[in-house]
Design a protein around this ligand. Sequence first.
Ligand code: NAP
Length: 349
Amino acid sequence: MLLHFSPTKPLFSPPNLRRNPPISPPRSLRIRAIDAAQIFDYETQLKSEYRKSSALKIAVLGFGNFGQFLSKTLIRHGHDLITHSRSDYSSAASSIGARFFHNPHDLCEQHPDVVLLCTSILSTESVLRSFPFQRLRRSTLFVDVLSVKEFPKTLFLKYLPKEFDILCTHPMFGPESGKHSWSGLPFVYDKVRIGDESSRHERCDKFLKVFESEGCRMVEMSCEEHDKHAAGSQFVTHTMGRVLEKFGVESSPINTKGYETLLDLVENTSSDSFELYYGLFMYNQNALEQLERLDMAFESIKKELFGRLHQVYRKQMFGGGGEGKKTEQKLLNDGVVRVKEESSSSSSS
Ligand code: NAP
């Protein structure tokens, strides 16, 4: 006899326990818990089929600190993660449900929808130069997360086949600052080149949706504009963090709120590799200027302090009268130091 299985009807209806005495099925047709759960299995299966059809296959290139951090969330959003890195991360990958490929050719043979570049800034060009693009589908979406933006954009336009879509992004947080939540954290992106077909736009939006639904503050901005802002904010932040780390700030029994923020700054920046910091300096053309401004600002503060100290000594050595004018120095954006005198408001450079 052929038994037809209907996905919406269970094989056996549960007996009405109130009216009828329990009927035990014939020995040969004994129902086990696993059979009774078939209807739920089917629904779960449908759900997972649906998720699979809307999921992206994402290839993460560079499975270090940041690559692993991002991958966990991408997997949680139902995407299929495959990965490749210079070092062997096969057990780290399998522990979060991703598949690791030792050989980039094998990774490309999986035909991912998206390739997500998470390698260091300094290695970008050598990684791109040796990557077997020819094994990928011609419509692949290439995304990067580098902390500088003009540099990878230029390299992508130079090395990627022109059929590929390009999305340059910078999640402006890391494993430390985004440890508990991504809510309100800035995510900068530039749709550098997305083909006309609606499916290409949908794919790009689906990728961005992960960050949007995690609550990130989505900022669409050109790569050039990003680098200008980032040099004055992120690079300065990292520099101050590293300076304070070298200086050796330590917790004390009388920490003020301000001092606690300095300790947090050191903690946030010290977990990033020096290579990353060096990349922020080397591959953002605005960084050098900001470093020089910082240096000048520090010198100017020192001059202001020593200037006053000098006045006190003079007063002590030569007595009362002739107290010098107190001055305040301010470093302007153009690098000019403006000196403001307290008694009369004249200024000079
Ligand atoms: P990183 O030191 O900038 O990069 C480490 C990654 O680069 C590892 O996956 C490493 O692979 C790979 N790599 C280094 N040299 C390589 C080479 N010569 N050839 C191939 N791969 C090489 O540290 P990260 O924190 O993981 O950052 C990764 C990327 O994310 C960077 O571009 C960074 O700007 C960006 N990002 C980082 C943060 C953050 O908070 N950390 C935030 C936003 C964006 P192996 O480990 O296999 O050697």
